[in-house]
Design a protein around this ligand. Structure first.
Ligand code: SF4
Ligand code: SF4
Length: 345
């Protein structure tokens, strides 16, 4: 394990900017947003808590041109310069488990732009150094610090960071910039352990206060709760805005559409879609298998807590709490899970 001071991290990011488009989290009021690194660390917050936007936006953009013309052989994304995203949190990294299953399987329906970005982009993740009221990652079996799916992880201590290497790409970067890193002392190690424990306690407190059941109690809650009154009760206040889908690091449904320019030029685009919106499942002829809003709300939970469990042995939720903050109707996924678990036991 190594240590890098904040001043030396700046030098590292300066150098990486030659190869990557570097994005760093910057605090604005009470939230953190990814912003293009322009050579200054002044407003950069590497620790704290997850960014407002989900990480998926760097790998599966909200709107993307996926094809143009009819020539074949080249894709718009091939011109992209790779991205380095700094300060990514463990809850967003878990999103890869779902997105890789959907877009990244070479033998199923591989998505060339997603696969290219996964291979080329660089993840410099970081521990959370605080929890906000909506964090409940521990209930989903995660810790508030990354344990996998990063190239380099930064664990903030003092005026710098412990450095963990998580991939060959990360190892090469650390080796290439060996002069920027040093051996951490005993005192720093103990401060780092204490910081991690403190954040775990904060998330535990959130979970306790909201009575959030842990994932070992989710088995069968959707099937058994299929006719539960929960769906209609919760859907009463839903305004069908789709924010819970777009803000979620694991939601991945999309819509394809074409645009013509003149008679000759053609382009196909992909944009994020939302399963809460009425037309999401409408088919030709006008039939809609999920006509009522409560059916669509149930479908969202079914996909996350039943379908993905069956096809990929994971729950498609990371406990990031974004959908709780984003929902104008104050629908809280933790309450829905608690009610379903209580009805099931
Ligand atoms: S469902 Fe909500 S809490 Fe779970 S990963 Fe998506 S946004 Fe985060
Ligand atoms: S964010 Fe809330 S109101 Fe909007 S679609 Fe989702 S559940 Fe409904």
């Amino acid at each position: 394990m190594r240590y890098v001071s904040r001043a030396n991290l700046k030098l590292l990011l300066d150098d990486l900017s030659g190869q990557y488009r570097v994005f760093v989290p910057v605090r604005k009021k009470d939230s953190r947003f990814y912003s293009r690194y322009e050579g200054s660390m002044d407003d950069v917050v590497i620790g704290e808590v997850r960014a407002f936007e989900p990480l998926k936006a760097f790998f599966f953009p909200a709107v993307e041109k996926v094809a143009e013309g009819f020539s074949g052989g080249s894709f718009p994304h091939e011109k992209d310069r790779p991205v380095c995203i700094v300060g990514v949190k463990a809850c967003d990294l878990k999103g890869f488990k779902v997105l890789d299953h959907v877009f990244g399987q070479e033998d199923e329906y591989p998505d060339p732009s997603y696969i290219k970005r996964r291979a080329e982009n660089l993840i410099i993740s970081s521990d959370c150094t605080m929890a906000i009221e909506t964090c409940f990652c521990l209930a989903l079996g995660l810790k508030p610090f990354p344990q996998e799916d990063f190239d380099i992880n930064l664990s903030p201590v003092g005026d710098g960071f412990f450095v963990f290497v998580g991939s060959d790409k990360g190892k090469q970067i650390v080796e290439r910039h060996a002069g920027l890193f040093e051996e951490p002392g005993e005192e720093l190690s103990s401060a780092q352990e204490k910081s991690r424990l403190r954040v775990i306690r904060e998330v535990e407190r959130n979970i306790e206060e909201h009575g959030v059941p842990s994932q070992d109690r989710y088995q069968g809650i959707i099937e058994k709760g299929y006719e539960s009154a929960v769906w209609k009760d919760e859907a009463e206040s839903c305004v069908e805005c789709g924010a819970c889908n777009t803000i979620c690091p694991t939601c991945h449904c999309f819509l394809l559409y074409e645009q013509m320019k003149g008679d000759e030029e053609f382009a196909r685009f992909r944009m994020w879609d939302s399963c809460l919106i009425k037309d999401f499942a409408r088919v030709g002829g006008g039939d809609n298998p999920r006509e009522h809003l409560w059916m669509r709300l149930r479908n969202r939970f079914e996909k996350k807590f039943d379908y993905f469990r069956k096809v990929a042995d994971i729950y498609a939720c990371t406990g990031c709490g974004r959908c709780i903050s984003a929902c104008p109707a104050k629908i809280d996924i933790r309450d829905v899970l608690r009610k379903l678990v209580e009805e099931n036991e």
